[in-house]
Design a protein around this ligand. Structure first.
Ligand code: PLP
Length: 371
């Protein structure tokens, strides 16, 4: 699904040197590379504050702690995504309110958000799934009208842009109160271990969050709030600083690969292709995910396994039906799209080093099987 070895080969000298530098200087924790990466990411995203942390799940948790959400507060998020989002909501004793997604973008459905709002709702957490931003203009309108916070889970869409109806283009993750991301190795901007970050334009919130990631300390050994220990280590930051400069290139080659997949698969009666706009940066294709109709998804998956072609099923079970998150409040009729997508989706190999021949080969196999 990803080819991190080939990617490494192109940048080996730089990476090796930077890692050795950190080791020789023994600046493992909060070293200069962390500050440098933080600054460079702030410039790249055009945001005032980046606060690095240990992983994308921590980033979500710290965001909710930073907004001072309290047990019982309701947080609305998408039913069709990775479990991190709902996991941290539950861990903080907040009340998760899962809502359905739209079939076109796989992202949270704004009408469903509106219906889910109650007097206890405090925040909305849209997830920019598979690399395409959720409908942020509508989401911000709903949030403003109802006095809600917005945390953007941008783990899958770093580098993508969202276009407002005014024509204004803004980087995903920098529109809501807080954006969060993950630098897990297979993400579009991945390190060689775990890593994450939060973004915000709000100075007070940034200050609060910087304390929370560091044991609630604003002054050494003075613990003002309950915090956590969540750091991006200097070796990972030095690697990320090198890869950040290549992120736009990486995303552009993902986008080209996606277009080639779609070109080769269009016309197949059993496949619904992902929808995306013409401009490259509007979708950074963390995943290239198609829908297989006529109940043929699982047969195709078996066939691809036998043919040694990697694939992923993201995600096979809606969150509202995961054992940990089952709740009698949920009604199956409210999750028709997620329920359908979990039966239909399949993601094909997608990474920055994918070659045209590989894509053509994979599509040929799929088209032969799904005649
Ligand atoms: C990867 C991912 C996360 C979690 O990131 P980690 O760094 O693995 O904790 C959260 N949300 C989404 C949508 C993700 O894809």
């Amino acid at each position: 699904m990803v080819d991190l070895q080939s990617q490494y080969k192109h940048i080996k000298d730089k990476i090796d040197n930077s890692v050795i530098n950190v080791i020789e200087d023994a600046t493992f924790i909060n070293g200069p590379s962390v500050k440098s990466f933080q600054k460079n990411l702030e410039d790249y995203l055009d945001i005032k504050h980046v606060i690095p942390c240990a992983n994308g799940t921590d980033a979500l948790q710290i965001a909710m702690m930073g907004l001072n959400l309290k047990p019982g507060d309701e947080v609305i998020t998408a039913d069709f995504t990775f479990a991190s989002t709902v996991e941290v909501i539950a861990l903080l004793n907040l009340t998760p309110v899962l809502v359905d997604v739209d079939l076109e973008t796989f992202n949270i459905d704004c009408n469903k958000i509106k219906k889910a709002i109650t007097s206890k709702t405090k925040a909305i957490v849209p997830v920019h799934l598979f690399g395409q931003p959720a409908k942020m203009e509508e989401i911000m309108e709903i949030a403003n009208q109802n006095n809600l916070f917005v945390i953007e889970d941008n783990a899958q869409a770093i580098g993508s842009e969202y276009q407002f109806s005014s024509g204004n283009k803004i980087k995903a993750g920098t529109i809501g109160d807080i954006g969060t991301t993950s630098f897990f190795p297979s993400k579009n901007l991945g390190c060689y271990g775990d890593g994450g970050a939060l973004f915000t334009n709000n100075d007070d919130l940034a200050h609060t969050i910087r304390g929370i990631v560091n044991h609630g300390m604003y002054k050494r050994y003075h613990h003002d709030v309950v915090g956590v220990n969540s750091r991006l280590d200097s070796i990972q930051a030095s690697i990320l600083d090198i890869k950040l400069k290549l992120l736009d290139n990486y995303n552009s080659s993902r986008n080209k690969s996606a277009r080639l997949y779609s070109e080769n698969l269009k016309g197949n009666q059993n496949i619904i292709l992902p929808s995306f706009k013409a401009e490259e940066k509007f979708h950074v294709f963390h995943q290239y995910t198609i829908r297989i109709i006529n109940n043929k998804r699982d047969d195709l998956a078996n066939y691809l396994s036998e043919s040694n072609i990697p694939f992923g099923i993201y995600y096979p079970i809606p969150l509202h039906r995961q054992k940990a998150y089952i709740d009698s409040r949920y009604n199956e009729d409210d999750f028709l799209n997620t329920n359908l997508l979990t039966q239909q989706v399949i993601s094909l190999p997608m990474h920055s080093e994918l070659e045209l021949d590989q894509i053509r080969f994979i599509c040929e196999k799929i088209n032969t099987f799904l005649k």
